[in-house]
Write a protein that binds this ligand. Structure first.
Ligand code: SAM
Length: 156
């Protein structure tokens, strides 16, 4: 989700994944993914995420794994993306995503993730913390050394 130019797709492909579908709102990003990383994605889909009620039927219940990196961020997605992750997954499938620790509270991602857990819709499999932009001496815009977290939830 938010596959951009396909950086994550390339890593997945390098690790042996061959059935990768990339979704992104930007036709320019999708074009870049297609031209710079030919053969990485089986399918590239232009889709503006954030509307679970109109989420395309052909993407529902289809995936073993969904990933999101760099879209749970400033000016990007709200909590509705978690509903779209669950819609996309088969039962037992994995949602794997990362965000800054500060965004868990700032955008209420954390409470919503917990709500889904409390409702028995997914369960936490793994959570790791890591540093981002650690090598930067000075802040450049919003890019400053900060803590981020990656999560893996399993759809129940
Ligand atoms: C930082 S990039 C993500 C990079 C990507 N994960 C990769 O592996 O190359 C953020 C991407 O999210 C996409 N995006 C932002 N808001 C979106 C939305 N509402 N629906 C779909 N894509 C969105 C942008 O078009 C952009 O390509």
């Amino acid at each position: 989700m938010g596959c951009g130019t396909g950086l994550v797709g390339q890593y997945l492909h390098d690790d042996g994944f061959r059935n990768i579908v990339g979704l992104d709102a930007s036709p320019g990003m999708l074009k870049e993914a297609e031209t710079t990383k030919p053969g990485v994605h089986k399918e590239l889909v232009e889709l503006f995420l954030g509307s679970p009620s109109t989420y395309p039927e052909n993407l529902q219940g289809r995936f073993d794994v969904v990933t999101a990196s760099g879209i749970l961020a400033d000016n990007h997605l709200d909590n509705s993306v978690f509903e779209e992750m669950l819609l996309s997954l088969k039962n037992g499938g994995l949602a794997i995503f990362a965000t800054r620790t500060e965004y868990l509270e700032k955008y209420s991602y954390g409470p919503y993730m917990k709500k889904l857990e409390d409702e028995g819709r997914w369960k936490l499999i793994k959570n790791i913390k890591f540093g981002r932009y650690d090598s930067q001496k000075e802040r450049v815009g919003r890019f400053n050394p900060t803590e981020a977290q990656a999560f893996c939830y399993q759809k129940i």
